[in-house]
Ligand binder design. Structure first.
Ligand code: 1CP
Length: 357
C-alpha cells in the first residue's frame, strides 16, 4: 500500500536536528481523559481494552486531539502494557483505579515461564497503526511507542501502579538474575513490537521509561538504561527510504543525561526539573531534546501558560536550527481544561516562529 507524503514533517526534521520554521509540539497523553469526546468514545467501547483492541476506536481517539489543536504529531492510541498482556498476564483497567494484572510475576517459576509472545497477539496494534496512517493522509507524522523494559517490568511484578516499587525492588536486590531475565525478554519483545509498528507505518518510535527515575545511580544504568539501549540498538532506523527517529524519555532521568544521550536515540525526552540550555551543553548537542513544560502549568491561567511556554523555548534557545520538540515533562493531567491546550499550542507556534524570523 502506498501512503501519501508527509505534508508537515517539522517534527521529524526537528528530531533529526535539521532546520525548522517553528518549534513543533505534541503532548504526552494528548488523547485521553481530559477530552470529553475521548470519554464519550471510551463509554461507547465499554472498557479501555475494547477501545485499544478495536482499530476503528483506536484510530478515532488518536485523531480526536488533532481535530481540536494544531499539533505536529499524532501518537498511536494504545498502552505500554499491551506487551505483558500478550505474555498472558491478564490486563484489566479498573475504572478509576488504573491497570491491574490478574497474574503478576512474583516467583522464580513465574519468571521461568515468561517468553517472547507471538506478535500475532499484538496484531490489533499494527492494524490500528495502518488505519491511522491511512486516515491521517499525511497531515502529520504518527509516533509509535512502547514502555522501557524496566518500566513494564515494574507493572509485571507489582501487578499495578506503585508508590514505592517494593516488590520489583525487593526482587532486584534479592534475585537480580530473575529481574535481568525478565528485562532481556521484555527488551527482545519490544524490539519486535516497535519494528512491526514501524513496518505498519509508525514514522517515529518513542520509548517511555516512566519509572527509570525511581532507581539509584548505577542501578539505573544496569537495570533500565542498558535494556533501553538494547531496544534502541535493535530498532529499524530507516524504512521506505525515510529515517525513523527514536526518542527515549526517562521521567526523573535528569542526573543521567550524559549516559542517556549515549544510548543511540536521536532525541531524549526530559521532565521539568531539567534546564534545556544546560542539558544541551552537558551532552554537547549530540541529541535533540523533547520537553519539558510542567503539565500543572495548565492550571495557572492563560498568562502563566504563555509565559512558561516562552521560558522553555528561550531556555532551549537557537529556535530554527532544530533539535527541540515542545512537550510536557510528563503526561497531561486528566483535569486539564482543553482550552488551555489551545493556548499552549498557539503560543509554541507563534512565539517560536516569530523568534525564528
Ligand atoms: O481508562 C482510561 O481511559 C485510562 C487512561 C489511559 C489512557 C488514555 C491509560 C491507562 N492509558 C492510556 C493511553 C496511553 N498510555 C497512551 C496513548 C495516548 C496518548 O499518549 O495520547 C500512551 C502513550 C500511554 C503510555 C503509558 N501507559 C505510560 C507511559 C507514559 C506515562 O505517562 O508515563 C504508562 C506508565 C502507562 C500505564 C498506564 N496506563 C493507564 C494508566 C492510568 C497508567 C498509569 C498507571 C499507574 O502507574 O498508576
Amino acid at each position: 500500500m502506498s501512503l501519501p507524503e508527509l505534508k508537515n514533517d517539522v517534527l521529524i526534521r526537528s528530531l533529526l536536528r535539521e532546520p525548522v520554521p517553528y518549534t513543533p509540539v505534541w503532548l504526552m497523553r494528548q488523547a485521553g481523559r481530559y477530552l470529553p469526546e475521548y470519554r464519550a468514545t471510551r463509554a461507547e467501547a465499554g472498557s479501555f481494552m475494547n477501545l485499544a483492541q478495536n482499530r476503528e476506536y483506536a484510530c478515532e481517539v488518536t485523531l480526536q486531539p488533532l481535530r481540536r489543536f494544531d499539533l505536529d504529531a499524532a501518537i498511536l492510541f494504545s498502552d505500554i502494557l499491551t506487551i505483558p498482556h500478550a505474555m498472558g498476564l491478564g490486563l484489566d483497567f479498573v475504572e478509576g483505579e488504573g491497570p491491574r494484572f490478574a497474574h503478576p510475576v512474583r516467583t522464580e517459576a513465574d519468571v521461568a515461564k515468561l517468553e517472547i509472545p507471538d506478535m500475532a497477539k499484538l496484531q490489533y496494534v499494527f492494524d490500528a497503526v495502518e488505519l491511522i496512517r491511512k486516515e491521517l493522509d499525511g497531515k502529520v507524522p504518527l509516533i509509535g511507542f512502547a514502555g522501557s523494559p524496566w518500566t513494564i517490568a515494574c507493572y509485571m511484578v507489582e501487578g499495578q501502579g506503585s508508590q514505592d516499587y517494593r516488590l520489583i525492588k525487593g526482587m532486584m536486590y534479592s534475585r537480580p538474575d530473575l529481574v535481568h531475565r525478565m528485562l532481556q525478554i521484555n527488551a527482545d519483545t519490544t524490539i519486535q513490537y516497535l519494528n512491526q509498528q514501524i513496518e505498519a507505518g509508525a514514522q517515529a518510535a518513542m520509548i517511555f521509561d516512566s519509572w527509570g527515575g525511581v532507581l539509584s545511580d548505577s542501578l539505573f544504568q544496569e537495570f533500565s538504561l542498558q535494556y533501553t539501549k538494547r531496544v534502541v540498538d535493535g530498532l529499524i532506523r530507516e524504512h521506505n527510504g525515510k529515517r525513523i527517529p527514536a526518542i527515549v524519555f526517562t521521567k526523573g532521568g535528569g542526573q543521567w543525561l550524559e549516559d542517556i544521550a549515549q544510548c543511540g536515540s536521536d532525541a531524549v525526552g526530559v521532565d521539568w526539573t531539567v534546564n534545556l540550555a544546560q542539558a544541551r551543553k552537558r551532552v554537547n548537542d549530540s541529541v535533540a531534546f523533547q520537553g519539558n513544560l510542567d503539565p500543572m502549568t495548565m492550571f495557572g491561567g492563560e498568562a502563566a501558560i504563555r509565559r512558561e511556554v516562552r521560558r522553555v523555548i528561550d531556555d532551549f534557545g537557537d529556535v530554527g536550527s532544530g533539535g527541540h520538540v515542545f512537550n510536557f515533562g510528563h503526561g497531561i493531567s486528566r483535569f486539564t481544561p482543553p482550552e488551555a491546550v489551545k493556548i499552549l499550542v498557539d503560543e509554541v507556534h507563534s512565539y517560536s516562529a516569530q523568534m525564528h524570523k
